[in-house]
Design a protein around this ligand. Sequence first.
Ligand code: ADP
Ligand code: MG
Length: 501
Amino acid sequence: MGKVLVMLTAVAAVVACSVATVMVRRRMKRRRKWRKVVGILKDLEEACETPLGRLRQMVDAVAVEMQAGLVSEGGSKLKMLLTFVDDLPNGSERGTYYALHLGGSYFRIIRVHLSGQRSSLDVQDIERHSIPTSLMNSTSEVLFDFLASSLQRFIEKEGNSQAVKRELAFTFSFPVKQTSISSGVLIKWTKGFAISEMAGEDISECLQGALNKRGLDIRVAALVNDTVGALSFGHYHDPDTIAAVVFGTGSNACYLERTDAIIKCQNPRTTSGSMVVNMEWGNFWSSRLPRTSYDLELDAESMNSNDMGFEKMIGGMYLGDIVRRVILRMSQESDIFGPISSILSTPFVLRTNSVSAMHEDDTPELQEVAKILKELGVSEVPLKVRKLVVKICDVVTRRAARLAAAGITGILKKVGRDGSGGEGGRKRSHKQIMRRTVVAVEGGLYLNYKMFREYMDEALGDILGGKVAKHVVIKAMEDGSSIGSALLLASSHSVQTIPSV
Ligand code: ADP
Ligand code: MG
């Protein structure tokens, strides 16, 4: 009996020892995997670093590239496109105007009525719809007939049977080489659009043709980049507005430039002595940009690789996919997210609105994060893993917002409003430099993502310094691009001739 007991005790001891060993091994393995994941996060943080010195280099690079793009066609990755807009709305406009806005994710149709006073701006109707993804790689006919039919329905709602001659501004959020304020040819598609054989086509003519086919008596009287629409809207309400930036599906900026600084355009014939320049800043590039392996992969797999490098780091279309790629890498290199989810492996499945929802999740258990991970095929992850996901969102968005701030300051530097002593090194008195400067900002990313806004504001303050930053006002405006385009149409007295380049 005693012998059996001894043996049983020995067996139990051996079993206990093995269990303990297995548990210790498992724990060690888990720890190793966790360390690996923490290492991936640390690498990400380092690769995304945007210290002040680096941001200042970016500011300089933006200003230098702007200058190069103004000197000669193709002189910079920044196209610095002429817009032929030399006068911005000021509040005295009158009449009823329409705008049709093709963005990267949405299209909008609006009707505004103006009665000569700023305060009486009346947005009579506004519609906002998602762009069906099938349209993005359809044909020119399909796209423009879709826009024309949407406009037809919008107008039919008015129930006005009398023949009225209508004027429309076409707000177009893709790079266009303008030939006048009302015409221009597509340079290339961006933001996931890929309709072949459209580059070089006149965008206004395409829309006008589709409207005519449907027997609609509407004249496409202005072709307006969305940033220029936003600037017009900003200037209408506040004449100190000198630039506009869009942070939506993609990102772009425009600003008011002195015509004598637009060296590539020798005969601009403007009455105001200035012209709005569409920077197409999504294509900005500098070797100083903090680029990660995830950015490289995203770019290589995109429809427009080696193009729009800046947009791919700050645009709403891309932030979600950068975050997804980091989570996927972690999932591949450890099992903290469970078995690799096929959903998580799908490009663009994680949208930036989900990134902001996770980043701003203030529930104690991070339930929103858990919900979104579940939608990605990742369930039952512990709280510390959910916290890790929030950190990834933070790193990616903070980098985007700080780069965005550097971009804005680059514009301010170019026009001598960054407090550094004026354009072209001309020193001015402190008082002259510190003019109130308004930058109009719009787009779904900026308007809906609080942390993006906060990081951008913080970086602007850091780069400019408190004394200068207090003179720079960032004004958010919803639907500014669409409404502003209608305002611009109302106020347009265009530069009629194509200047020699
Ligand atoms: P468009 O680019 O078509 O003009 P918007 O300016 O409205 O449209 O921007 C839409 C984009 O803004 C979305 O594709 C998304 O990337 C981003 N966005 C929208 N809502 C949010 C949100 N809540 N958080 C973060 N990003 C958002
Ligand atoms: Mg937009």
